[in-house]
Design a protein around this ligand. Sequence first.
Ligand SMILES: CC(C)(COP(=O)(O)OP(=O)(O)OC[C@H]1O[C@@H](n2cnc3c(N)ncnc32)[C@H](O)[C@@H]1OP(=O)(O)O)[C@@H](O)C(=O)NCCC(=O)NCCS
Length: 429
Amino acid sequence: MATEAQDGTLTVTDNRTGTTYEFPITDGTIRATELRNIKVSDDDFGLMTYDPAFMNTVSCRSAITYLDGDNGVLRYRGYPIEQLAAKSTFLEVAWLLIHGELPTTAELASFTEDIVGRMPVDPSIAASIGAFHQDAHPMGVVEAGFGQLSTLYPEAKDVDSDPERMDALYNTIAKIPTIGALAFRHNQGLDGVAPDPVLGYSTNILKMFFGSDYEPDPRLVRALEILLILHADHEQNCSTSTVRVVGSSRVDPYSAVGAGVAALYGPLHGGANEAVLVMLREIGSKDNVPAFVEKVKNREALLMGFGHRVYKNYDPRATIIKKACDDVFEVTGVNPLLEIAVELERTALNDEFFVRRKLYPNVDFYSGLIYEALGIPSDMFTVMFAVGRAPGWVAQWLEMINDNEQKISRPRQVYVGADERDYVEIESR
Ligand SMILES: CC(C)(COP(=O)(O)OP(=O)(O)OC[C@H]1O[C@@H](n2cnc3c(N)ncnc32)[C@H](O)[C@@H]1OP(=O)(O)O)[C@@H](O)C(=O)NCCC(=O)NCCS
């Protein structure tokens, strides 16, 4: 969190010209465009910053999520993640992220009813999903589903209309699990299960997956709610930044979220929990952990579920998930992979390679084990992540669209290609 003590000015001397410049420091940042004043001549474009992975670039001002990676702190709208995971429902957190305050009893009741009532999708979506190959990865299907939602709700293109925006944002949260469940059922060769308006959001998710006769243990429903809460937002991560960047073109929010889904599909982002289970299965037994850790240290493998761009400490979400594992395994019996995971964590946290690089378990290290215990197959894990992240994406989209400073996102480049050259006729090449 930026403090006033961080404010002041920055004096820079350009050694090329000897000119000195003074820039204001606000919230611990300088405006990158200020650097454009640093020129060697009048026709010089001005200095720019080079930051290919946005390692040190602030892209927006946000009041949604506070993350202190060095100290392992995560708060939504000021509320610690630990308190929200212990006390909130997922939809309560969704409301909080979008509206900025915790809902009253009446607000939460009507929001929950509204969202659950929006969970059914247009029959054309089920028909499209039916046209995918039976082994289609469900994330690809969800990605396509958002393209289709954008065509079903063309009024969402009016991004300046408050009612249209809210409709699209609420539909996103409501329909993403339904599309995911249809993709899951399609993989199993089964028909879709319609959501039941009298049931809760997460109970509906499990019933849409496993059938209307499935009666989930309330402890499993709560574990799912916790997982969704922990994933609900994580400030300017890759998929959220994608939603903001794509949304800055003023495309409808369904399309912007579809782009976020695509970003989340990548193995370094949402795909990591699936990769963790693959890794644990490959390791096979607790006895093989030391050999695997050696492979990681020799850079022949990555320790999936470890390390984070921002957390250089234990990911607070991993602590909560580890505890949720115990509650779930009480119902389902212990997954033998848990033993390998615990041993892997213990070994890594005591190994100088990981300690020196500040590599700790992240949210994905244990979440896959819970999903597996819930009966959700590994290629659905990223879809579950997307369901959880949907409120964050839409809250961040709303903040972006309301931000007067936000123009279309358009980075600069350093051109390193060929100088001007004449076209060569094809027969002369
Ligand atoms: C998350 C991740 C992409 C962050 O990457 P990053 O911020 O670019 O961090 P870097 O790749 O610069 O890592 C710093 C150092 O730690 C090492 N490192 C980072 N994550 C590692 C991992 N999971 N296993 C082994 N080594 C790792 C890097 O090789 C690098 O070592 P070096 O400085 O000797 O070259 C990366 O930690 C990773 O790939 N983790 C595994 C995938 C994962 O769990 N993703 C989910 C994130 S929620």
